[in-house]
Design a protein around this ligand. Structure first.
Ligand code: MRU
Length: 366
């Protein structure tokens, strides 16, 4: 096993426990100090792990929900289809209420339901096995999706290296990495694919926005990239402008939680600011999106629900003493929407979509 494969083995974000009775995840709230794996047995444990960001990142949330449905369905003590379906739907609706923005959660849950319904003529015991296989398929497909996104993104890195004759400088925001998916990440996939193509860790340099308030960039992206041996720098979010001005950034790759039909893309809070800066400094800004993240039912970014989170995450969570003035309210949206006009291209597993996105998505899905 080479170093990159060893790394991927070490940080498998979500898997099924060996006895198939639990979803086994890395508790990402413990990173980077500790790689702690935990088993989630009950629907409450799964809901809580998604809500509290023990597992997070749009595709990883989808995979967790799919495994969760398989594990919890196996525990439904009904032998007839109708009562089994009723209980399945109660669990599905409950898990769907954990986080509102990432469309992958709903996508994965709907796919598990479709799988169940299309096998309704089979015995419930057989359906339970089929649901496990469907969840495994969702995980496997995610690996391939990320790999394809990575190949397209890697070609952009090759172009930069050819033109500039130096290691491309990449800026990313939040964590759209291994920890957010089943393997390569989306925004980080071009970097990992570069390693698979024989690039060394110093043939590229990744600048990770720390990503206030929950520090997914500083804690998670910087952790996984440096573990993989890639040259990595952490900067606070408000340092990105200076960095871009200095000429160190050739390209921006970010992930996304939901893309509207016109290309407006929701991602971690602060992403739209990065896009505005990139436009100002004439730096290409790419959104890396599995096609399951494209929500053709939502016409524009206006229609994407934005999760609001506890103010204590901003003022208390990472600090020994509260950092915010006690009398002040706290504004803590988890995501913002980047206007499609700021996006150079959307990289999907089916290829690069350039503006106009409406037209591009139509072709993508036809
Ligand atoms: O709140 P989080 O940590 O779940 O937010 C994650 C992001 O915004 C990611 O960039 C997005 O989910 C894409 S993950 C491939």
């Amino acid at each position: 096993m080479n170093k990159t494969e060893e790394f991927f083995e070490k940080i498998i974000t979500v898997k099924l426990s060996p006895d198939k009775k639990a979803v086994n995840i890395i508790d990402q709230t413990c990173l980077p100090s500790e790689i702690r794996r935990i088993d989630l047995h009950t629907k409450e444990e799964i809901w809580d792990a998604i809500k509290k960001l023990k597992v997070r990142g749009a595709p990883a949330i989808g995979v967790t929900a799919a495994y969760g449905m398989a594990v919890l369905s196996a525990g439904i003590g009904k032998e007839d289809y109708d009562p089994f379906y009723k209980e399945f739907m109660e669990i599905k609706d409950y898990l769907a209420s954990s986080r509102p923005t990432a469309v992958n959660l709903f996508w994965a849950l709907d796919r598990m339901e479709r799988c169940l319904v299309s096998n309704k003529d089979k015995a419930v015991s057989e359906i339970k096995e089929i649901l496990y296989r469907e969840a495994e398929d969702i995980r496997e497909e995610d690996v391939n999706i990320s790999r394809n996104i990575g190949e397209t993104g890697f070609r952009l890195l090759e172009d930069i290296r050819e033109k500039t004759g130096r290691a491309p400088g990449i800026l990313t925001h939040c964590n759209a990495g291994t920890l957010a998916t089943a393997k390569y990440g989306t925004a980080t996939a071009p970097m990992y694919i570069a390693l698979e193509h024989g690039w060394k860790g110093n043939d590229l340099h990744v600048y990770c926005d720390e990503t206030r308030p929950l520090l997914q960039g500083g804690r998670l992206t910087a952790f996984e990239l440096s573990e993989a041996g890639i040259d990595t720098t952490i900067q606070c979010d408000n340092m990105a402008s200076l960095l871009m001005k200095s000429g160190k950034i050739d390209i921006v790759f970010v992930g996304c939680d939901r893309v509207a039909a016109n290309g407006d893309s929701a991602n971690k809070i602060g992403t739209s600011g990065v896009a505005i800066l990139a436009k100002h400094y004439n730096i290409p800004f790419y959104v890396c999106a599995p096609s399951s993240t494209i929500d053709m039912k939502t016409e524009t970014g206006e229609g994407i629900p934005i999760e609001m989170r506890e103010g204590s995450e901003v003022t208390e969570m990472w600090y020994e003493k509260p950092l915010g003035a006690p009398g002040a309210d706290v504004f803590n949206p988890a995501f913002d929407v980047t206007d499609h006009e700021l996006i150079t291209g959307i990289i999907t597993e089916k290829g690069l979509v350039s503006p106009s996105y409406k037209e591009g998505f139509k072709k993508l899905f036809s």
